[in-house]
Design a protein around this ligand. Structure first.
Ligand code: IMP
Ligand code: MG
Length: 197
């Protein structure tokens, strides 16, 4: 730490305190540790740095789930990338996709002629991403690729061109590292299976 920069004392709160519903669904078995994730995100960042060396992309984060990956991967990409965010809603309080996607916040930046890399948290049925890609393609980007933190095995109901995948995982419902259940657990630094659903 640089001299003169100090961390305030007594402000660290245990992550355990995020779980205030002992009888409802709660994070269980850890399936990816913080270390597993850090290592893989670093690899992805290197790949992206290499692939886009001559054409730094516009990173489009899909809110809310991708905000954690976006922050981490951005610092592993050694290129002058730019950023924008979109917010979509697909599930409400449910754990299964309705296939109905609503754009809650659109991009601020025009995509025409730009190399766009969509940063997504998880691809389950693939319906959300399918809808998004169709929508973004109409804006005539120069290229349109996807980086997904998680892809659930054997769940996709549509064919999707995912260029960068963090991890392929079994079809359990998981929380942490940006992924929520009913708005909670996004700030867990690891990925855990949600028990009790
Ligand atoms: P899809 O449309 O079925 O691919 O679902 C995509 C969206 O559903 C993701 O962007 C997440 O917001 C949410 N989702 C899917 N699976 C999970 C999960 O295991 N945990 C948390 N959110 C999930
Ligand atoms: Mg998402």
């Amino acid at each position: 730490m640089v001299v003169g920069f100090r961390r305030p004392k007594n402000l660290m709160q245990s992550l355990e305190t995020t779980d205030d519903s002992p009888n409802g669904p709660a994070p269980g078995r850890v399936v990816l540790t913080e270390r597993d994730i850090r290592r893989r995100v670093s690899e992805l960042g290197s790949e992206i740095t290499r692939d886009y060396a001559h054409d730094p992309p516009l990173l489009v984060g899909v809110l809310k789930g991708a905000f954690v990956l976006m922050a981490d991967i951005a610092r592993e990409i050694r290129l002058p990338v730019t950023f924008d965010f979109m917010a979509v809603s697909s599930y409400g309080g449910q754990t299964h996709s309705s296939g109905v996607v609503r754009i809650l916040k659109d991009l601020d930046i025009e995509l025409e002629g730009r190399s766009v890399l969509v940063v997504e948290d998880v691809v389950d049925s693939g319906l959300t991403l399918h809808y998004l890609l169709r929508n973004l393609k109409m804006r005539k980007p120069k290229s349109l690729e996807v980086c997904a933190f998680l892809v659930k095995e054997s769940r996709q109901r549509v064919e999707l061109p995912i260029r960068y995948t963090g991890f392929e995982i079994p079809p359990d419902f998981v929380v942490g590292y940006g992924l929520d259940f009913d708005g909670r657990y996004r700030n867990l630094p690891h990925l855990a299976v949600l028990d009790g659903v």
